[in-house]
Ligand binder design. Structure first.
Ligand code: FE
Length: 232
């Protein structure tokens, strides 16, 4: 498999380049607008064809590169039926996205946002902000719901094989990957907590809003190609 984990230092976002070494068709999961040149250069250097951009959700902390990548390569943009209307392929739970010989299975994993999906590919799962390394996405805006997130994590992720590799949408401490077994044991928001205690914890986080919330959400609803009109 072709697999690269790329990083945007400003938003601490991971973008994944994943593809089939035979056809050389690849997907980018959660590309960042400011990193489009980096991503296209790598794709060109490696002799790859970008067929899909796959979004895990409408992001609040960075603008997606999806629209620009689509204009420049003709790739298809994939996201949840509950996400941005500008995408080419709206997916729901258990849909399959084929990239060359690779088959990604869509898991509906709402809770961080209502449109959050994850993509399962053999021994690994791309969890967006639903499950992070020793953490989870927040649940206090964009129709977030802590109870729903607990159900997504315990019913979708924690029923995967323990050795499944978890590739998150972000990390702020330099960690790159984890496993289902590790998160069951060591995730401080989940280990030893029931649903009520998780909901209580998430309700008491009192986090400041993300810096780009007002810009990023409307821009991402347009696949990153339209920014919010200036406020009077
Ligand atoms: Fe997010």
């Amino acid at each position: 498999m072709i697999f690269r984990q790329l990083f945007d230092p400003e938003s601490s976002t991971y973008t994944y380049l994943v593809g089939d070494p035979v056809s050389r068709y690849v997907a980018l999961i959660d590309p960042v607008l400011e990193q489009v040149e980096r991503d296209l250069t790598l794709i060109h250097e490696l002799g790859l064809t970008l067929t899909h951009v796959m979004e895990t959700h409408v992001h609040a902390d960075h603008v997606t590169g999806a629209g620009q990548l689509r204009e420049r390569t003709g790739c298809l943009v994939v996201a949840s039926t509950l996400g941005a209307s500008c995408v080419n392929i709206h997916v729901r739970h258990k849909d399959v996205v084929r990239v060359g010989a690779l088959s990604f299975t869509v898991l509906a994993t709402p809770g961080h946002t209502d449109d959050s999906v994850s993509y399962l590919l053999n021994d690994r799962v791309f969890t967006g902000d639903a499950l992070l390394v020793r953490g989870t996405g927040r649940t206090d805006f964009q129709n977030g719901n802590a109870g729903q997130l607990y159900d997504s994590i315990t019913q979708e992720f924690f029923t995967l094989p323990d050795e499944t590799l978890v590739y998150p949408g972000h990390d702020y401490k330099g960690r790159t990957v984890t496993t289902i077994a590790e998160e069951k044991r060591f995730n401080p928001r989940l280990a030893g907590r029931d649903r009520a205690s998780f909901v209580q914890l998430m309700g008491e986080l009192n986090l400041p809003p993300p810096k780009k919330l007002e810009l990023a959400v409307p821009a991402n609803r347009a696949c990153g190609r339209a920014l919010a009109p200036p406020q009077a």
